[in-house]
Design a protein around this ligand. Structure first.
Ligand SMILES: [Zn+2]
Length: 193
């Protein structure tokens, strides 16, 4: 029987799921991607809690001599690793990189989120979204009310104007009224007394 006759599924290596998970858990706590020396336990990777300053020195000129310390030379200085990086992209690469994180005492391993944590995060994001929508709805509603009020105002104004126009028309056009008030219309005729 040649290898070709064997069922396809038998080609694949089988993993014991529990064993694999146990191994993964153990690996999580040990930073073993350093080939030199024994494995070291480091903290798990954590998100930055500060904003990276990339542009405070933008457009500024500095005189640099041989004795200028690295921190004051051009480029981006990392005080954790005491090195200068030439541009912002490489600086971001650097502070996100393994060497820098290691100098901060962290491995590149991240905390594995539990199902509950993921659920909580989803829940939180959902709430945030709803909150935003509510805010938006209120703003939208206020705007509508204001527009409605302005329409009513404009309508009233228009009506007032129309009434005034009608009143003016009747003053000019009603001969009895004109006679009563002692003058005739714009005919240029003589006054009646
Ligand atoms: Zn660094």
């Amino acid at each position: 029987m040649s290898a070709y006759d064997a069922p396809v599924s038998d080609h694949r290596r089988k993993w014991d799921k529990d064993e694999y998970e146990q191994l993964a858990r153990e690996r999580l706590l040990v930073d073993d991607d350093d080939d030199s020396g024994p494995p070291v336990k480091r903290e798990l990777l954590k998100p930055r809690e500060y904003k990276v300053d990339l542009d405070s020195k933008l457009g500024k000129s500095v005189v640099i001599t041989k004795t200028t310390p690295a921190s004051q030379q051009g480029g981006y200085y990392c005080n954790v690793c005491d090195c200068v990086v030439k541009d912002s992209i490489n600086f971001l690469d650097h502070i996100n990189g393994k060497k820098h994180q290691r100098n901060l005492g962290m491995s590149m391993k991240i905390e594995r989120s539990s199902l509950d944590q993921v659920r909580q995060r989803f829940e939180m994001n959902k709430k945030k979204k709803e909150e935003k929508k509510k805010e938006y709805d209120i703003e939208e509603r206020l705007k509508e009310i204001k527009e409605e009020e302005e329409k009513v105002k404009a309508h009233k104004k228009e009506k007032r104007k129309e009434r005034k126009r009608k009143a003016d028309d009747s003053e000019d056009g009603d001969p009895d009224m004109a006679a009563l008030m002692g003058f005739s219309g714009f005919g240029g005729s003589k006054k009646s007394n």
